[in-house]
Design a protein around this ligand. Structure first.
Ligand SMILES: *[C@@H]1O[C@H](CO)[C@@H](O)[C@H](O)[C@H]1NC(C)=O
Ligand SMILES: *[C@@H]1O[C@H](CO)[C@@H](O)[C@H](O)[C@H]1NC(C)=O
Ligand SMILES: *[C@@H]1O[C@H](CO)[C@@H](O)[C@H](O)[C@H]1NC(C)=O
Ligand SMILES: *[C@@H]1O[C@H](CO)[C@@H](O)[C@H](O)[C@H]1NC(C)=O
Length: 937
């Protein structure tokens, strides 16, 4: 029936794949719910967007040409409409048929950043904010340069309020504020910063206020004078050098020395006008990464042209640059894309939400010991990894695709304004990283609850820290870039960064018309960096996770290996005698001769291995290290045992005797402290993976998937045992029938709905499917009704034919019925070993007489027993009920009967009985002597 060769990688992968698929099919609704989460979240976004839109439409601030004016002064305002547009924000979306003119400005450095030449001024100007601004000149003819630089700035300040712009055009106006995207209102004029006029020498008391623009867009500005220094440099190389040093980095003392602009007059002369201009167009990190801002360069050009004109035609000639004015424009709908604004935080959560799902599922299999039980039935790490990874990847990919589809379907700009493949690849890399991280950290958790709490903390923490810390640093241009890189190494932040770039792009694109992030922008944007970080981390996490998993689950534990080495170095002959001595020294009692014989048999087998023995344990020991000041606990104190194929070996013993520790060692759950075990010649220290392929385990606690049916379980484990096709179906059917789970549709009910007894039977069926060569059963029949138990016993008896079975039990009936040999295990040692009859004979040899009388007749009963057998022992006595052990050789049953009949005529006997020794009596006796013995030893 069963193919004896172990299942191949593919077969096992197929088995777990099918199991997972069935599992998912049974959990279909939770999967659907998971995939629908993006949908719900997108709906939430749409609702928020609708809410914002309606608020925007209602709000006065967003109604073009309206303004709230407090006319009476009582704090309540009245809406006044009919003006072109009222606030700077409205300039973005309102119609502007007649834009206002504004004076053209030059960008000058902030007072603290200005270059100063120590030969002209001392550095106290920085404190007083009075540093001059520097303009550099160079060219082929220095005397021409001197004339031009003299013409550049006007000596006196001219302003005529009746024609403000015209008069201002005679002066050189400047601001420290960078230009904005449009010039409907100049950012430098709206800002609180003052406007400067650059003069060769500032008069005292040169600050005054003036008003600019027409109502409602009129601004009162402060005008300050700033000294302009025009300096000659011998070559353009020098100018370049000086501009370069203006940056903080370029300067040795770390100070900023910024310069307004530089003019290279080249070969300009009377007939030739040829100029190069340096100006500052650095706008990095302002919005997205794209310099959308207007550069303040036209006035610089005009200045030098005007100076040249005056050089040619004399000081009276002027070429005035009166104002700048934007193009008129139509009204555009205000589109505040909420998804882009809160997108990074929101979608960080959405995508990271998969992590807790994956992590808890991995930890669940670990916590419920499902992983280890699968392993015991031959599922190697390879197939488990590949299939689990593929499965999580598939479901995550589906999730992401749904997110993108839903998001695009409801029109979120976040998705629509970025290239789809670009987005998909990014998300795909992120979920791969996420899955490998889940694998990596799952080894650190043993409880589902802690794992899920930690995972949710990570999810929400990443989103919030991303918003309030990371984004803040990203936007602040002063934060060193390499620290941003370091922060991106944290996977939550690299995801956040990617989403942030998408949202910036979408937000800008939405305001300025479509502009998608495409592959060709890949290297300009800082996305490339994020991509590389994610890919590298993905590989590292995968490798680390695999390695850690190998260490934690591998039986190839270095200590175990060393111990074996020692064992082989000391030749068996040198070690055995001492062992033998030790045993004979402690076994004062003759009964232990059987245990000694077993030891000798094992020694023999270790020297000349025999194929007929399926399980050989050689002096197995397990010591748990002492905790909290308690001495180390010796759970198993040296167990030698040989179980041939076809034998069922029963392990009896009181609770805590070490039976479960022994089974755990044999099934690879725990490492032996010393000694070893061989299963069909394979060492449990080194070859556990091979042992697993021919092993069946029925653990003490049922390890089942709640949602899988009994049939699913058997199909899965059958496949792991290399059963295929009709063999598999037949085996499963037989197995179900044999444990009484076939009829009435029980086989197709989820195991979670089974009663305790049904689960137990299923566990036994699982351990026996595929005819494993060795089977361990830890109390297989606990909690079963007598009929089912009988049934189960027949199954086990039948399975015994080609397997070696080790079972532990507390039921003497079961032991007697099933086991060919029994060992009674007390305090980590075998106290005796043999078949049930032998044991009874050896430890029994008594009849047990029980008699109940009135308590005043107790003495009479004692006398009576004494008469029958002088060596009888009283073993139990309470309220008139007494129990005596009567050696078999001293009495015949008929004598006892006669004696009792005689007694009955003398006093009243309520009840009496005479029984042969049972296994139970043997057990109690052995357990007692064993424990007593160990107390003294
Ligand atoms: C330099 O410019 C001055 C002033 O215009 C002019 O007189 C002189 O000839 C120029 N020199 C050269 C070498 O062109
Ligand atoms: C100001 O300009 C007006 C109109 O151009 C002119 O009449 C007036 O004289 C000017 N005032 C001064 C002080 O220049
Ligand atoms: C610039 O050239 C002039 C005249 O050729 C010379 O005196 C001066 O030292 C030079 N300056 C520098 C900084 O090289
Ligand atoms: C150009 O302007 C930016 C922004 O104001 C400033 O950070 C930078 O230092 C300036 N560069 C020079 C060379 O002045």
């Amino acid at each position: 029936m069963a193919d004896s060769s172990p299942a191949s990688f593919l077969t096992r992968a197929n088995a777990i794949l099918r199991k997972n698929l069935t599992y998912q099919k049974r959990n279909i609704w939770s999967n659907v719910r998971l995939i629908m989460i993006p949908f719900y979240l997108c709906i939430v976004l749409v609702c928020i967007q609708a809410l914002v839109d309606s608020q925007v439409n209602k709000s006065v601030d967003y109604q073009c040409g309206c303004k709230c004016i407090d006319k009476i002064g009582n704090g309540k305002c009245e809406m006044v409409c009919g003006i072109e547009y009222s606030t700077r924000d409205q300039g973005v979306f309102c119609a502007i048929p007649k834009p206002q003119p504004w004076p053209p400005l030059i960008l000058i450095p902030r007072p603290q950043a200005r270059a100063f030449d120590s030969s002209f001024t001392d550095d106290s100007c920085r404190r007083k904010n009075t540093c001059p601004v520097t303009i550099l000149f160079t060219g082929n003819n220095q005397s021409l340069g001197a004339i031009m630089s003299r013409n550049l700035l006007t000596r006196s300040f001219i302003m005529n309020s009746s024609d403000l712009l015209f008069s201002l055009a005679n002066n050189v106006l400047a601001t420290t504020y960078k230009g904005s995207a449009t010039n409907y209102i100049d950012a430098g004029i709206v800002s609180d910063l003052s406007i400067y006029n650059i003069q060769p020498r500032c008069p005292t008391m040169s600050n005054f206020s003036f008003s600019l623009g027409q109502s409602p867009l009129n601004f009162t500005k402060e005008m300050r004078c700033v000294q302009g220094l025009n300096l000659w440099r011998n070559s353009s190389i020098e100018v370049n050098d000086e501009l370069f040093k203006g940056y903080q980095k370029g300067n040795s003392n770390g100070m900023v020395h910024e310069i307004v602009s530089g003019y290279d007059l080249l070969d300009t002369n009377k007939t030739n006008y040829n100029v190069n201009i340096w100006y500052n167009a650095t706008y990095k990190g302002v919005s997205g990464n794209k310099p959308f801002k207007l550069v303040r360069v036209p006035r610089l050009v005009n200045l030098v042209s005007n100076a040249y004109l005056q050089y040619l035609k004399g000081p009276g000639t002027k070429m005035l640059f009166e104002f700048v004015k934007e193009m008129p424009k139509q009204e555009t709908r205000l589109r505040l894309d909420i998804a882009s604004l809160i997108g990074p935080t929101f979608f960080t959560w959405v995508i990271l939400l998969l992590l807790p799902v994956i992590l808890t599922s991995l930890v669940y299999e670990k916590q419920q010991r499902l992983r280890i039980i699968m392993k015991m039935h031959g599922l190697g790490d390879g197939p488990y990894w590949v299939i689990s990874y593929a499965y999580f990847l598939a479901i995550s990919t589906l999730y992401i695709i749904c997110l993108m589809i839903f998001g695009s379907a409801i029109g979120l700009k976040f998705f629509l304004l970025n290239d789809f493949t670009f987005q998909f690849i990014f998300y795909f890399l992120c979920i791969n990283l996420q899955i490998s991280i889940a694998f990596l950290v799952s080894s650190a958790f043993s409880k589902v609850e802690t794992a899920s709490v930690a995972a949710y903390l990570y999810v929400f923490g990443s989103g919030l820290l991303g918003t309030f810390l990371f984004q803040f640093m990203l936007e602040g241009s002063s934060f060193p870039r390499h620290w941003i890189f370091v922060m991106e190494l944290f996977p939550g932040f690299s995801l956040y960064r990617g989403l942030y770039e998408f949202s910036q792009n979408a937000y800008q694109g939405n305001l300025n018309g479509t502009n998608r992030m495409k592959w060709k922008d890949f290297s300009d944007t800082e996305m490339a960096e994020v991509f590389y970080i994610i890919i590298v981390e993905w590989f590292i996490a995968l490798i680390a996770a695999y390695y850690i998993d190998k260490i934690s689950s591998s039986r190839k534990d270095p200590l175990c290996f060393l111990k074996n080495l020692n064992f082989f170095k000391n030749s068996p002959s040198s070690q055995r005698p001492s062992l033998g001595k030790q045993i004979s020294a402690v076994s004062v009692e003759m009964e232990k001769i059987d245990v000694i014989q077993e030891n000798e048999k094992v020694e023999q087998l270790m020297l000349e291995p025999s194929t007929s023995y399926a399980i050989v344990c050689d002096n197995l020991k397990k010591v748990y290290p002492g905790r909290d000041g308690n001495p180390p606990k010796k759970a198993v104190r040296g167990l030698s045992l040989a179980v041939p194929s076809g034998e069922c070996f029963g392990m009896l013993g009181p609770n805590g005797a070490g039976k479960t520790s022994f089974i755990n060692m044999m099934t690879g759950l725990q490492k032996p402290t010393s000694g070893t075990g061989l299963v069909h010649g394979l060492d449990i220290c080194n070859d556990m993976d091979k042992v697993y392929t021919s092993m069946g385990v029925c653990p003490q606690h049922d390890l089942l998937w709640e949602t899988l049916t009994g049939r699913d379980h058997l199909l899965f484990y059958g496949r792991l045992k290399n059963l295929k096709g009709s063999d598999l179906n037949q085996a499963v059917e037989e197995s179900l029938k044999s444990v009484n789970l076939f009829h009435g549709g029980v086989a197709d009910k989820p195991a979670g709905k089974y009663s305790g007894g049904m689960k137990r039977r299923l566990s036994v069926a699982i351990s026996l499917i595929g005819s494993p060569k060795v089977v361990y059963m830890d109390e297989p029949s606990t909690g079963l009704d007598p009929a089912s138990r009988m049934n189960l016993w027949t199954v086990i008896k039948r399975a015994k034919k080609n397997s070696a079975i080790i079972l532990t039990t507390h039921s003497m009936e079961e032991a007697e019925f099933l086991c060919d040999r029994l060992g009674i295990f007390v305090d980590g040692r075998l106290q005796c070993i043999g078949n049930p009859k032998e044991l009874k004979g050896r430890y029994g040899g008594f009849y047990v007489l029980t008699m109940t009388t009135a308590s005043e007749h107790e003495k009479d009963v004692e006398m009576l027993v004494q008469d029958v057998s002088p060596n009888a022992k009283k073993i139990y006595h309470i309220a008139g009920t007494q129990k005596f052990e009567i050696p078999k050789e001293e009495v015949r049953i008929s004598e006892v009967f006669q004696a009792v009949e005689k007694a009955k005529s003398n006093f009243k006997v309520f009840a009496w009985g005479l029984v042969n020794t049972t296994l139970e009596d043997v057990f109690i006796k052995v357990a007692k002597t064993g424990q007593a013995f160990n107390v003294f030893s």
